[in-house]
Design a protein around this ligand. Sequence first.
Ligand SMILES: Nc1ncnc2c1ncn2[C@@H]1O[C@H](COP(=O)(O)OP(=O)(O)OP(=O)(O)O)[C@@H](O)[C@H]1O
Ligand SMILES: [Mg+2]
Length: 257
Amino acid sequence: MTASKPPVIQIRRLTKSYGQGDATVHALRGPSGPGGEPLGVGLDIEEGDYVAVMGSSGSGKSTLMNILGCLDVPTSGRYLLDGTDVGHLDEQQLSLVRNRKIGFVFQSFNLVPRTTALAQVELPLAYAGVRSAERRRRALAALDLVGLADRAGHKPNELSGGQQQRVAVARALVTAPAMLLADEPTGNLDSHSTEEVLGIIDGLNAAGRTVVVITHEDEVARHAKRVIRLVDGAIVSDIRQAKVAGPPPALAVGVGA
Ligand SMILES: Nc1ncnc2c1ncn2[C@@H]1O[C@H](COP(=O)(O)OP(=O)(O)OP(=O)(O)O)[C@@H](O)[C@H]1O
Ligand SMILES: [Mg+2]
């Protein structure tokens, strides 16, 4: 990481609204201008940062994550990911960016039913056109990294919630994406599994991955280096915090290509 490198995420005057007329919801609006008009959200995230996005229900967290992850487009404003203005990309180019640059982890795991852990983790590599022997090698390495090498043949209904989420983390990291985006990754987990999954995410960040995690929980935000708070679609605080929990050294490695 060099000081001269531009931030991996650059957001300028970004807004997102749903609906029209009186029914318009300004999910992301930023501060208000003199006439009450939304000025939009501005945000830079440096490569290798570990950001927690907090805020009450409906404050715009998932809307922000969907835009950061190129799953949705802003109503106005600009979003540069790794220097590319994603507003200029078509649907096919966006899906390429998602596949190459971003790993997603969702609260509900989003695993494919009746499919083995190994096949789940191989899936993004298949989309990326990686040949089968290499796919298998990298998927097994990713499962090993999350401590599930011995569960490679298990289907989701044969795994605990924590194990399912670790499969989802393996799937998110197997393509060695620049950025990991997680929306309430521990929302459905007990405290033990939460610590396990957060330990893995900490390790990925220690290995250089940029991490953005959306959470309601202080326990989760405590792991991040920076905490951003949203209220009604605007960033109201952005605080850098001393890192409390360090990852176990064994996890501080990447699953390289
Ligand atoms: N597809 C949609 N159509 C209309 N309104 C939407 C849509 N998605 C989100 N909203 C509205 O935008 C606002 C922000 O929603 P968002 O999902 O980003 O909140 P959140 O902070 O993730 O909340 P939670 O903590 O409950 O997940 C809410 O008022 C929500 O009702
Ligand atoms: Mg949400």
